[in-house]
Design a protein around this ligand. Structure first.
Ligand SMILES: Cc1cc2nc3c(=O)[nH]c(=O)nc-3n(C[C@H](O)[C@H](O)[C@H](O)COP(=O)(O)OP(=O)(O)OC[C@H]3O[C@@H](n4cnc5c(N)ncnc54)[C@H](O)[C@@H]3O)c2cc1C
Length: 887
């Protein structure tokens, strides 16, 4: 018999492990030459193909042989037809490892094989086949919806990841598996492991196979589910959901539309994480309805994670339907006028589409329900595809369990197939207690490590290791700044909230496939603000792990805390605390816990507003142009809003995501050109640096962008310039108006038409109105923080922050050149509402000749609009500002 002698000099199966009896039982041939290869039978002539590809013919004869003589390929029926393209392995001697699927199992096995030291000429040639050209870090798909990550970060290209390795990546889809390693062989003879057929027609012959094809979403479950619901298991699914959400959000923008309704079927990990992410994204513009068959969520999660998740779901706009199953999903049309639902578009008179979910009570005592939704996401059920990849003439050649997963030995070898390993979601292995291992990334990742090692051992004739899963804990994301982590190695430890979120990101960053990608992603997340989260993580972990201290009789003071911290780390002794914005250490290091996440300038997909960062004279600004600026208005007809962000003069930037979203919204609604100013922040740049930067930007705008910027030059109406800002930004806007009153400050033809002071930051030594109820500590805090940002000032009697403190200051304010001033306050703004009201009152009393308007938002707090832009009060505030600009 002619067989390919093992070039690495070893028998075909691990030594000491005879082929198990199950192999023969599972063999469809039973030692008889009974199988025909439907794909190959008319295509190949043994002997022709090897010559064609420069391969030894013995190799093919081996595949065509089993113990009984000719059980591999049947002889070709027709020798005239074109041969199938055979994958040309570059080396004829070295072992050939074919890995199917490049997910957590497959890619990490390939990388593991690459990292091992191989004796002699034994280093295998490794081929990785995947239907996609990107590896997908699935646990972070949710972050695509929350905008926290970019596609390249969680779905890098295989070619990029493997560029410094010898792994050959092939983008193709697996069509058929033809293992031959279950066939009886003669002792001491090594044969190939089998062949794989790819969708492109390529046939791959291998010595060793790793099956890591994962699982697919099972969506065809109830009538209408395949048609109307979207799964969420691949990058393509996530991008589809993102685009559907964006369409719904866009359709609603600027209109008084009913809230967006998203239904999520299933409340396992995936459903819960999707519900939390989408609900946080929709805020007050929509509702999430989450349906679960069981009466609890995440039944298999550790209690700490489940409780944290429940807390988050209950605190958000999520309606839970527990104890229900979905019976069917239908599409209906809602009439534009009446909102009534009909099955036919014509009947609805061109209304809009809705989906209807019929829920059946799965628990006693519950009534069936009918829910409406704009989008349905299906997270229940998955299936393995191995069953349909088996040869039709030998459908059970690979042993599968009831869920279609490949049954493996503890060594991860497929039962009866010593040259085939199966790992990850497509494999089934029980733990020593008899329970199936969960289908998750942690298992796949750990199995990849063992599969790599066991392949090394098998190829080098060493004993194989049994796989043992180490459950390190479980994590789930619960929104942009929230997650729950239960770590098994520290009993009872559940990290929640921002710390859990930072810890989860850190773990995932470390789990990225290659050092290079890990570093790239780390830097990217660092730049997006992960640094502060990681700092808080460090603190939390340090405090969680530090031994409990003996209780003292007196509660510790702030000074004690500072001293204790100092004893741990001299760089952490607090010199100045400005909660919630900033803390400065004695070393001078400034820590801003809110991070410095950045939203890049560009086209806003929601509003169509375009923005860019430019130099505005000696300052910098982010400039915004409304959609269709050129078409909508004749040249030079758009008002200009110069905007100053808030943040106590110590934090914030036009690029902060909430500020950027706010400006996009304001510019879209008002049709104005927006100029959001980057000003220098205290304490690194104490006041008046921010005023000076602000004024440089205002001067630049009033000078028409020095004629150099096309957006201002071509679109701005310089006789309608508005100053605006929120909180400390409103203070800056006010001071800009005062500076504009100086003779010659405003160039000929330009005018500061209005001032919009939203929740303005002013203060003073003397309390006004309800401030009388503040304790001395509040006044002391205001004094301290003002002196911190403006060390050279007069304290609370500085006219910059107390504009009516002297007659001279009052006169300066009275002379501001704006025709109109709009002061906006928030009902629940405990610290600054009184000052806003006072500012409007005193301005009037100062003799200011223009109009003063006052607007109060109800039931909301300071600067609420950044978190609640789409809420009722958020929209009212924006509309009030727009009315002021357009008047
Ligand atoms: C949204 C989501 C969130 C998750 N979150 C977590 C989590 O937080 N923690 C956790 O532990 N687990 C999580 N999981 C589960 C985890 O991602 C999987 O268990 C893990 O990816 C399984 O790894 P795998 O290698 O078996 O399969 P996968 O990672 O799915 O990889 C399979 C690969 O095979 C390829 N493939 C499939 N069919 C073919 C074919 N016919 N031809 C060629 N290539 C093919 C696919 O393109 C894919 O690249 C999550 C899963 C999803 C979908």
């Amino acid at each position: 018999m002619s067989c390919r002698a093992a070039p690495w000099g070893r028998p075909s199966a691990p030594r000491g492990r005879p082929f198990p009896a199950s192999a023969r039982l599972h063999s469809p041939f039973g030692g008889m030459n009974s199988w025909k290869n439907p794909v190959l039978k008319n295509s190949w002539r043994i002997g022709d193909v090897p010559a064609m590809f420069g391969l030894p013919s013995g190799l093919f004869r081996c595949m065509a042989s089993n113990g009984s003589g000719d059980a591999g390929f049947s002889r070709p029926q027709s020798i005239d037809e074109a041969p199938m393209p055979l994958y040309p392995w570059p080396d004829k001697q070295r072992p050939r490892v074919c890995i199917l699927g490049g997910g957590f199992g497959g890619l990490y096995t390939a990388l593991r094989l690459e990292s091992l030291v191989w004796p002699g000429n034994n280093k295998p040639q490794v081929m990785l086949v995947d239907q996609s050209d990107r590896f997908v870090f699935k646990p972070m798909l949710y972050e695509l919806l929350s905008g926290e990550v970019d596609v390249w970060e969680i779905a890098p290209y295989f070619t990029e990841l493997l560029k410094n390795t010898s792994v050959q990546f092939v983008k193709d889809s697996v069509k058929l598996l033809r293992p031959s390693d279950h066939l009886r062989r003669e002792p001491g003879v090594s044969c190939t492991g089998g062949i794989v057929h790819l969708e492109s027609g390529t046939v791959v012959e291998y010595d060793w196979l790793v099956l890591a094809l994962g699982a697919e979403a099972k969506i065809d479950v109830v009538p209408g589910s395949a048609e109307y619901a979207l799964p969420f298991t691949t990058l393509e699914h996530a991008l589809k959901v993102e685009s559907e959400l964006k369409m719904l959000e866009r359709g609603r923008f600027g209109k008084k539309s009913p809230p967006i309704q998203v239904a999520i079927v299933g409340l396992g990990y995936s459903g819960v994480e999707l519900a939390a992410t989408i609900s946080e994204r929709l805020k007050n513009t929509g509702t999430v309805k989450a349906i679960n068959f069981q009466t609890t969520i995440c039944p298999n999660a550790p209690p700490g994670n489940r409780e944290a998740a429940l807390k988050v779901l209950e605190s958000q706009n999520i309606q839970l339907f527990l104890g229900y199953s979905v019976n069917c999903i239908r599409e209906v049309y809602a009439s534009e006028d009446s909102g009534s639902m009909v099955a036919d578009a014509k009947e609805a008179g061109g209304g809009y589409k809705k989906l209807v979910l019929e829920l059946q009570a799965a628990q006693r005592g519950l009534q069936s329900q009918v829910l409406e939704a704009d989008l349905v996401l299906w997270t229940v059920g998955s299936q393995s595809q191995i069953l349909r990849l088996q040869p039709p003439d030998a459908p059970y050649v690979i042993p599968l369990n009831g869920r279609g997963q490949v049954e493996t030995e503890e060594t991860l070898q497929v039962k009866g197939h010593p040259r085939t390993f199966a790992i990850g979601d497509s494999a089934a292995l029980r733990d020593p207690s008899g329970k199936f291992l969960p289908a998750n990334a942690q298992v796949a990742f750990q199995q990849a490590d063992f599969a790599g090692w066991n392949l090394w051992a098998a190829i080098n004739d060493r004993p194989l290791l049994p796989f043992r899963f180490q459950n390190l804990g479980e994590m789930m994301t619960l929104g942009r700044n929230d997650a729950a982590i239960t770590a098994n190695f520290i009993e009872g430890l559940t990290l929640e909230g921002p710390i859990g979120h930072a810890a989860r990101k850190l773990v995932y960053c470390l789990r990225m496939p290659t050092d290079e990608h890990r570093v790239k992603v780390g830097i990217s997340w660092f730049a997006k603000g992960a640094v502060d989260s990681l700092a808080s993580l460090q603190t939390a972990v340090a405090s969680a792990l530090s031994p409990p201290t003996t209780p003292t009789t007196a509660p510790p003071t702030a000074a004690d805390a500072a001293t204790n911290r100092c004893a741990m780390d001299p760089d952490s002794e607090v010199a100045f605390d400005f909660p919630p914005y900033l803390c400065q250490y004695k070393s001078g290091r400034v820590h801003r816990p809110g991070g410095d996440a950045i939203a890049p300038a560009g086209t806003d997909p929601l509003t169509g507003v375009v923005s860019k960062d430019i130099h505005a004279g000696p300052a910098r600004a982010r400039v915004y142009l409304p959609p269709d600026a050129s078409a909508a208005a004749a040249p030079g007809r758009l008002p200009v809003v110069v905007y100053f962000h808030g943040g106590g003069f110590v934090v914030g930037s036009p690029a902060r995501p909430s500020t950027h979203a706010y400006l996009n919204d304001l510019v879209a609604r008002s049709g104005a050109v927006g100029v959001s100013v980057y000003y220098r922040l205290a304490p690194e740049h104490a006041l008046p640096a921010a005023y000076d930067d602000g004024w440089a930007a205002v001067r630049w705008v009033l000078a028409g962008g020095d004629g150099a910027d096309p957006w201002l030059r071509d679109h701005a109406d310089l006789s309608r310039v508005f100053l605006s800002g929120c909180s400390a930004g409103a203070n800056i806007a006010h001071n800009m108006a005062v500076r504009a009153a100086a003779p010659g400050a405003v160039p000929e033809g330009a005018a500061v038409r209005g001032l919009m002071a939203v929740h303005p930051y002013f203060t003073g030594k003397e309390p006004v109105g309800a401030e009388a109820a503040f304790g001395p500590d509040v006044r002391e805090f205001m004094d301290r923080t003002w002196r911190f940002v403006f060390p050279g000032s007069l304290g609370l009697d500085d006219p910059n922050v107390n504009p009516f403190v002297t007659d001279e200051a009052r006169a300066a304010v009275a002379g501001i050149p704006c025709e109109r001033v709009l002061v906006c306050v928030a009902e629940d703004d405990v610290l600054l509402k009184e000052r806003g009201l006072w500012y409007a009152r005193e301005l009037k009393a100062s003799g200011y000749a223009g109009e003063i308007e006052l607007f109060e938002s109800k039931g909301v707090g300071h600067a609420f609009q950044f978190d609640q832009l789409g809420s009722g009060e958020g929209v009212k505030l924006q509309e009030r500002l727009v009315e002021f600009i357009k008047k």
